[in-house]
Design a protein around this ligand. Structure first.
Ligand SMILES: [Zn+2]
Length: 281
């Protein structure tokens, strides 16, 4: 994978450089395909799998414009978190561009429920995520199940980026069956079996699982194509519900608007803390 700078209004574009001719797939909800265990973008027969952790890093670092060249159908999983991507992007450096950022502001609550799982987006002057992780595995009951991250006042890099993917042995076997996660190992995910956490070094915190769900949601929501102003709430939800929630938001009349804030504008509360300039590497 190679990152390249991109001009204002490019957005995030993935480029499959292993194909001739190369295929460009925008990181937008209209290109999101069916998936349960990871987020996939597709254009005709060409797809790119597992884009959510990089998109999360880009959203968390407020990067609006970037070309992501990928030589193959799946992004490198790295350590299963967004931290290696943050490290690379910081090493490359980011640059403010000559355009105001365009935000997608949630104007009206949108909810989606499936069984005991629920996701919603509500109006908020900032970007906040709340997640409740529910699992009946007896050996992970001591973990912190609920967490809230307000990205207008808290650091994405400190609070979110390091939380790794976790998986249950059965899901891992299912992914191998779908020809995914072939490089999967204990160096790029936290694995839970009947006995509990398998990884010798344990967790990066008692909230690592719930924080990873927030990391995933930040990445998925970036498929809206603009930074969000609103609150995301999730209970037991995952990529597929995130995708349907975004679709519902876009399909609901008057549920959102696109806004920009120019210098000197009377901007509401927490938005004052948000970077207002478009950024590229
Ligand atoms: Zn993930």
């Amino acid at each position: 994978m190679t990152f390249r700078p991109a001009p204002v209004d490019t957005g995030i574009l993935f480029v499959r450089t292993d194909l001739a001719p190369e295929v460009v797939i925008p990181a937008r909800i209209d290109y999101a395909g069916e998936s349960r265990l990871a987020t996939r973008l597709e254009k005709g027969p060409v797809s790119i799998m597992t884009v959510e952790h990089l998109l999360s890093a880009l959203a968390g670092m407020a990067i609006d414009n970037l070309l992501v060249e990928v030589h193959g159908p799946e992004l490198p999983i790295m350590d299963g978190s967004a931290n290696p991507f943050v490290f690379l992007l910081q090493a490359a450096g980011v640059e403010a561009q000559s355009a105001a950022r365009r935000y997608l502001r949630v104007c009206r609550k949108v909810v989606l429920s499936e069984g005991d799982a629920e996701v919603s987006l509500s109006p908020h002057d900032g970007f906040r995520l709340e997640y409740t992780f529910v699992h009946d595995h007896p050996l992970i009951q001591h973990l912190i199940a609920s967490s809230a991250v307000d990205l207008t006042t808290m650091s994405y890099i400190k609070e979110v980026a390091r939380a790794r993917t976790f998986g249950f042995l059965a899901d891992y076997e299912a992914m191998l069956g779908m020809n995914l996660a072939k490089g999967g190992s204990l160096s790029n995910a936290v694995l839970v079996d009947d006995q509990g956490v398998v990884n010798e070094d344990g967790l990066r915190g008692r909230d690592e699982f719930v924080k990873h769900k927030i990391l995933d949601a930040i990445g998925d929501l970036y498929l809206l194509g603009a930074p969000l102003l609103g609150v995301f709430r999730g209970v037991k939800s995952g990529h597929a519900m995130n995708r349907r929630l975004m679709q519902r938001l876009l399909d609901s009349p008057n549920a959102f608007e696109m806004v920009t804030f120019a210098a000197g504008d009377d901007v509401p509360g927490a938005i004052k803390n948000v970077d207002r300039q478009a950024v590229a590497i």
